[in-house]
Design a protein around this ligand. Structure first.
Ligand code: FE2
Length: 279
C-alpha cells in the first residue's frame, strides 16, 4: 500500500500524506451522515463544550461516557453571553465522538477498509485495533484552536504504538485552520499523559521539553480525501478557523494489540468490541 518512499518519510518525519484515500462518494456520504446525526441530536440537557484548554476535570461524565457512545460537543465560542447560539446550530458543533466506528452503520463501514489496515501494516503495526473515532467540524468563524499535543498522551501503550488517521473531508488550508506538525518531532519525548481515575482526569507532565514554535511547525494544506497518518509522539496543532468555510475531518486512533494498553487511559473498551480494519 505504501511506497518505500512513503515508509521512509514516516520513519524520518513522523507522518505521511496520502492523497485520494477517500473517493468523493465517501466524502459526501460521511458529510451527509454527520449532518443527520447533528439534526437528530437532542441537546436541551446536553450543552457540552469541547475544549483542549482544560484537561483537569472532575465528574465530566458527559465526556467520559462518550468513550463508547456517539455524542456531540459544541464549539467553545458557540454561545453568546445570553446563552444563545451565535450561528445556525449545525455550524456550532465542534465534534462528534467517540465510537462512530462501532455504533454508526455508515461510519462503521467506511472506517473499516482493508486499504487503511494496509497502511498500519506498512508502518510496522502487527495487529491494529481502532480505539476511537471523531468527526471534527472546525466550524466557520468559531472553529476552536487545538493546542500542540501528542496523541500518545491519550492512548498510552507500552511500547508506544498509537497511529492517528486524519482524513480531510474538505480542503484544509491555512485560512480554515489546517493541521500543523513538527517534522521529525516524533523522536522527542512524550511530554504529557492524560490520566483517568474513576470520573476524574488529570494531565500529568512527563517531560518539560517545550512545544514547537511556529517556525518549527509546517502547515499541511491538503485536498479533500487526503489521509494524513501520523506517529503518536508527533507534536501537532491547529489554529482557530476564522474563515467562512468549515474544515471537516474524520479521525481514527489505532493502537497495536501487541502492545500493552494502559489501564489509566481515559478511553477503555468495556462494552464494545475492539476490532481492527478487517475484523
Ligand atoms: Fe491529536
Amino acid at each position: 500500500m505504501l511506497t518505500p518512499t512513503q515508509q521512509q518519510t514516516f520513519q524520518q518525519q513522523g507522518y505521511v500524506v496520502i492523497e485520494d484515500m477517500l473517493p468523493n462518494a465517501q466524502l459526501v456520504e460521511m458529510q451527509a451522515r454527520a449532518a443527520e446525526i447533528i439534526a437528530a441530536w437532542d441537546d436541551e440537557a446536553n450543552r457540552h463544550i469541547f475544549s483542549t484548554h482544560d484537561n483537569n476535570r472532575s465528574g465530566d461524565d458527559y465526556f467520559l461516557d462518550s468513550a463508547e457512545q456517539i455524542r456531540c460537543f459544541y464549539e467553545e465560542e458557540a454561545f453568546d453571553a445570553s446563552g444563545k447560539l451565535v450561528q445556525p446550530r449545525a455550524q456550532c458543533i465542534n465534534k462528534i465522538g467517540h465510537a462512530l466506528h462501532e455504533l454508526d452503520p455508515v461510519f462503521a463501514r467506511l472506517s473499516r477498509q482493508p486499504a487503511f489496515g494496509a497502511v498500519a501494516t506498512a508502518l510496522g503495526m502487527q495487529q491494529p485495533q481502532i480505539r476511537q473515532s471523531m468527526y471534527i467540524f472546525k466550524q466557520p468563524r468559531i472553529g476552536g484552536e487545538i493546542n500542540w499535543h501528542q496523541d500518545a498522551t491519550f492512548f498510552y501503550t507500552t511500547p508506544s504504538s498509537v497511529l492517528t488517521y486524519w482524513f480531510a473531508l474538505e480542503e484544509a488550508t491555512l485560512e480554515n485552520g489546517c493541521l500543523w506538525v513538527e517534522p521529525g518531532g516524533q523522536r522527542g519525548p512524550l511530554r504529557e499523559r492524560f490520566l483517568r481515575d474513576g470520573d476524574s482526569t488529570t494531565m500529568a507532565v512527563l517531560d518539560n521539553t517545550p512545544w514547537p514554535t511556529q517556525n518549527q511547525g509546517v502547515p499541511l494544506e491538503v485536498s479533500a480525501g487526503t489521509l494524513v497518518c501520523f506517529h503518536g509522539h508527533l507534536p501537532h496543532y491547529s489554529a482557530p478557523n476564522r474563515s467562512a468555510k468549515s474544515r471537516q475531518a474524520y479521525t481514527l486512533h489505532v493502537t497495536d494489540a501487541a502492545c500493552a494498553y494502559a489501564a489509566e487511559n481515559w478511553l477503555q473498551s468495556v462494552h464494545l468490541p475492539l476490532r481492527g480494519f478487517t475484523d
